[in-house]
Design a protein around this ligand. Structure first.
Ligand code: NAD
Length: 466
């Protein structure tokens, strides 16, 4: 059983003071030293794999295989990718000159931002803090990491791993909730990376504005799934069941709701139910693959949304069962009667899938565009024109065609939201750049000072011009 202890105000102040003092030295760490630290982190994570799986099971009931691919190896592959590419990313990038700068040297040099703060949520409590921490360390920064207060078992392992690899003057973990995060946000950081809800994202941005500190916000939203009549329905339904009910729906890029061509109604519902049984059996609470809701508060939130809907005539297609003592909510599919209640207004972030049947694509596009720009958009269609229409008439952080969620694993694509679903870009090269300042450097020509043409007095210059 993990013991719960939040960092004290004095500890937070001490970490910050020590990191502030160390930061000039930290900025000088060579690429080689940064890579060695990331390699050590990789080794320690692999050595603690079983403990991490166990902690994730206690916090979220995650299956070991799911913890492996979505948390542990997601971090390992990011660490390996960064180590492989860091030399190239950190090297200066020459840019072309125009005539005015003939003979000059112009280049962009990534430099560490300095002191960084990373704030994480509870749904991927191992992966999310560490992939962003890896990017920040790779960029040459110090890091204070504040994981969510709700993933206490994973946090304990996380703190132990970090303490084994890093000196706290370089990377330190602060445990706590709103009070501790508020204390951190009052400090002057050089960059804040926040992953969480849009509501708290706004608080983070307001606090950062006081110090004109850079922010990356990885937020959430209602990610739609478009399902066209030209699709392999059996594969699509299996795909949606995995993407939606992975981690019991507590995935930021999970499909939130489905928009389905109405001609598919009967077939879609039948295939979806069949795919659900294939995935979890007839009683999902007995499946070892199906995760649990993080805590009673989140379970109550989801249960209330569902009850409100059912009381208003929403049709329950399957699921609906809630067992409080197990923090269990069955994979649930509903057909809402209206779109103006919480079910279709709030990000669900749980195992409830509303399905809306549309008559024509314009109607589906309108539903999406009446809402905030989502984190992800999924399109299942073998019709190129349909796919193009959806992309052209919507906006989303990322889009995946004929698959879902998997776009986050592509090493060369940025991970990001747009407006209400996020600001800034993370992962791979984009994460490294986000935690770096792209410094513009111009070295004048060795033969002539380039600005000399503009030097005072202007009068003589004017004579030459006329
Ligand atoms: P949250 O916003 O409630 O909390 C996130 C972090 O902020 C936690 O560390 C928490 O302690 C802190 N926090 C909470 N309230 C605060 C306050 N008033 N002042 C200062 N700090 C505060 O989010 P959550 O419930 O942990 O996570 C769910 C949300 O995160 C969803 O919206 C989901 O979509 C989003 N999310 C986004 C991504 C992404 O990469 N885009 C990934 C995972 C989760």
């Amino acid at each position: 059983m993990a013991t719960r202890r939040y960092s004290t105000a004095a500890e937070i102040a001490l970490y910050y003071t020590r990191q502030t003092a160390y930061q000039p030295e930290c900025k000088q760490l060579s690429v080689q030293v940064r890579k060695e630290l990331l390699s050590k982190l990789e080794q320690v994570i692999l050595a603690r794999r079983k403990d991490i799986q166990e902690a994730l099971f206690q916090d979220l009931g995650k299956a070991a295989l799911e913890s492996d691919y979505a948390e542990i190896f997601a971090v390992i592959s990011e660490l390996r990718f960064i180590q492989k590419k860091l030399g190239r990313w950190a090297a200066p990038t020459a840019v072309a000159n125009n005539l005015l700068f003939f003979g000059a040297k112009a280049y962009i040099q990534s430099e560490p931002k300095g002191r960084t703060l990373i704030i994480s949520p509870w749904n991927y409590p191992f992966q999310l803090p560490l992939v962003h921490l890896a990017a920040s360390v790779a960029a040459g920064n110090t890091v204070i990491l504040k994981p969510s207060e709700f993933s206490e078992h994973t946090n304990r392992i996380l703190a132990e791993i970090i303490a084994e690899v890093f000196d706290p003057q370089h990377v330190a973990v602060v445990e706590g909730a709103v009070e501790e995060t508020t204390q951190l946000l009052a400090l002057r950081f050089d960059h804040i990376h926040f992953t969480g809800s849009p509501a708290v994202g706004k608080i983070v941005m307001q606090q950062a504005a006081k110090n004109l500190c850079g922010v990356t916000l990885e937020l959430g939203g209602k990610s739609p799934v478009f399902i066209d009549r030209q699709t392999d329905l059996s594969k699509t339904c299996k795909n949606i069941i995995w993407a939606k009910f992975l981690n019991a729906g507590q995935t930021c890029i999970a499909p939130d709701y489905a928009l389905v061509d109405s001609s598919l109604k009967e077939a879609f519902l039948a295939q979806l139910k069949e795919a659900l049984i294939t995935a979890f059996g007839t009683d999902p609470k007995l499946s070892k693959d199906y995760a649990r809701i993080i805590n009673g508060r989140q379970l109550t939130r989801l249960k209330t949304i569902l009850e409100e809907e059912l009381a208003q005539g929403t049709q329950l297609i399957c699921g609906g069962e809630v067992l409080e003592e197990q923090r269990y909510m069955a994979p649930t599919v509903v057909i809402p009667t209206r779109l103006d209640r919480r079910l279709m207004q709030d990000e669900l972030f749980g195992p409830i899938l509303p399905v809306i049947f549309y008559q024509d694509l314009a109607e589906a596009l309108q539903i999406v565009n009446e809402r905030e720009k989502p984190l992800s958009c999924y399109i299942f269609s073998d019709n190129k024109a349909y796919v193009e229409q959806v992309i052209k008439h919507t906006s989303a952080g990322s889009t995946c065609i004929n698959d879902a969620v998997i776009q986050i694993m592509h090493p060369n694509l940025p991970f990001a939201g747009v407006n209400n679903s996020g600001i800034g870009q993370s992962l791979g090269k984009f994460g490294f750049q986000d935690f770096s300042h792209q410094r513009a450097i111009l070295q004048s020509s060795p033969w002539v000072r380039m600005s000399s043409f503009f030097w005072f007095p202007y009068k003589e210059r004017t004579k030459k011009l006329v």
